[in-house]
Design a protein around this ligand. Structure first.
Ligand code: AHG
Ligand code: MN
Ligand code: MN
Length: 329
C-alpha cells in the first residue's frame, strides 16, 4: 500500500529542500490549513445549524453577504493571527487592509474567504482563495500601497474547494500540489504532486447568459467552441459552476478555458485581481496553463487598488492560443 503523506509532512519535506528557510512560510501554510479545516467542518453542517441565508448586511462591494462569508472571514483572520508572521490581511469582506497585531510580520495575505457564496443555499461547491506576498520594506508603515504588488511577486498562492470532498491546491512556485481532506482524521493527505493541466481541453466555462453584453470577438470565439468539428473535439462542453475556485479546479484537472470577460455590463470584468485572478493565475501557470486579461498576462498587471476587478481568461495553453487568435482579429 502506498504511504500516506500529510500536508504537515509534505511541508516539512519541502522546507528541508531549502537550507536557509526559516520555516515561516511553512507555518503560514499550516495556519491556512487550519482555517480550511474549520470552514470545511462548518460548510458540512451549514444546513443543520441554520447558518444558511442572508446575513442582512452588504459587503464592501454592495453585494449581499451570507453568514458563512463572515464566519469564513473570521476564521481566516484568526488563523493568520496565530503565528505573528503575517502583518496584514486584505480580504474581500473588509473594505480596508486589516492590520494584525504583530506589525513586524513579514507576509501580506490576500484572501477571498468564501468564493461562490451564491452556491451556499443550494449545496453546490464553494471555496476559499489565497495569495501571499512578502512585505518588501519593513520600515514602511502598513498601508494599501505596501500591499499593491503585481502577481509575479506572489511567494505562494492556492485555493481550498469545499466540494464533494475538501481539497486544497497550493503552489510556492515549484509546481502545484493537491491535497484532499480526510475528515475522519482531520488531515489533508497528498493527492497529487506537480499537477499538470492538459495542453488542450474541450470544455468552455463562462456565464453565457451575458452573451448580449460581450464584444464581437468573444461572441465569435464562443460560437467557435459550439461548432461541429470532430477533428478538434468540437462542439466543446459548457460547464459553469459560478464559483471560480470550483471552475478552475475542473479546468486544472480536465483542461479547457474559463472566462469572465469585460462587457457592457461589467466594463472591468467582475472578478477581483488580487484575491481571485492572481492566485488562480499563479496556480494555472505553475501547472502549465495561461492566464490573461485578454491582452496581457494577469500576473503582470500593476495593481492600483486592493479590490480592483479585471477581465480574466484562463486555462489550457492551446485553448488560450485559440482565444487569442480571435482577439487579435
Ligand atoms: P464571491 O462569492 O466571492 O463573490 O465570488 C463569486 C464570483 C466567482 O467565484 C464566480 O466565478 C463569479 O462570481 C460568478 O459570477 P456570476 O454570478 O456573475 O456568473
Ligand atoms: Mn469570489
Ligand atoms: Mn467571496
Amino acid at each position: 500500500m502506498e504511504k500516506l503523506i500529510t500536508l504537515e509532512e509534505y511541508i516539512i519535506h519541502a522546507q528541508n529542500k531549502f537550507p536557509g528557510a526559516t520555516g515561516d512560510l511553512s507555518q503560514l501554510l499550516r495556519d491556512i490549513s487550519l482555517a480550511a479545516k474549520i470552514i470545511s467542518r462548518e460548510v458540512n453542517k451549514a444546513g443543520i445549524t441554520n447558518i444558511l441565508g442572508l446575513e442582512g448586511s452588504e459587503n464592501v462591494h454592495g453585494e449581499s453577504v451570507k453568514k458563512l462569508d463572515l464566519f469564513a472571514n473570521e476564521q481566516w483572520i484568526n488563523a493568520l493571527s496565530r503565528s505573528n508572521i503575517t502583518c496584514m490581511v486584505i480580504s474581500e469582506e473588509n473594505e480596508g487592509i486589516v492590520r494584525l497585531s504583530d506589525k513586524s510580520g513579514k507576509y501580506i495575505v490576500y484572501v477571498d474567504p468564501l468564493d461562490g457564496s451564491s452556491n451556499i443555499d443550494i449545496n453546490a461547491s464553494i471555496g476559499s482563495i489565497f495569495s501571499i506576498y512578502m512585505r518588501k520594506d519593513v520600515s514602511k508603515p502598513l498601508s494599501e500601497s505596501v500591499a499593491l504588488q503585481p502577481g509575479t511577486e506572489q511567494v505562494a498562492a492556492g485555493y481550498v474547494l469545499y466540494g464533494s470532498s475538501t481539497v486544497m491546491a497550493y503552489t510556492t512556485g515549484l509546481g502545484v500540489q493537491l491535497f484532499t481532506l480526510d475528515p475522519s482524521i482531520g488531515e489533508f493527505i497528498l493527492h497529487e504532486k506537480k499537477v499538470r493541466i492538459p495542453k488542450e481541453g474541450n470544455i468552455y466555462s463562462t456565464d453565457e447568459g451575458s452573451y448580449l453584453f460581450w464584444d464581437e470577438a468573444l461572441k465569435k470565439y464562443v460560437k467557435y467552441c459550439q461548432e461541429l468539428d470532430p477533428s478538434t473535439n468540437r462542439p466543446y462542453k459548457a460547464r459553469y459552476i459560478g464559483c471560480m475556485a470550483a471552475d478552475l479546479h475542473r479546468t486544472l484537472l480536465q483542461g479547457g478555458i474559463f472566462m469572465y470577460p469585460d462587457s457592457s455590463r461589467y466594463p472591468n470584468g467582475k472578478l477581483r485581481l488580487m484575491y481571485e485572478c492572481n492566485p488562480l493565475a499563479f496556480i494555472i501557470e505553475q501547472a502549465g496553463g495561461k492566464a490573461t486579461d485578454g491582452k496581457k498576462r494577469i500576473m503582470e498587471i500593476e495593481p492600483t487598488e486592493i479590490h480592483e476587478c479585471t477581465p480574466v481568461y484562463i486555462g489550457s495553453e492551446e485553448n488560450m492560443k485559440k482565444l487569442e487568435s480571435f482577439f487579435e482579429g
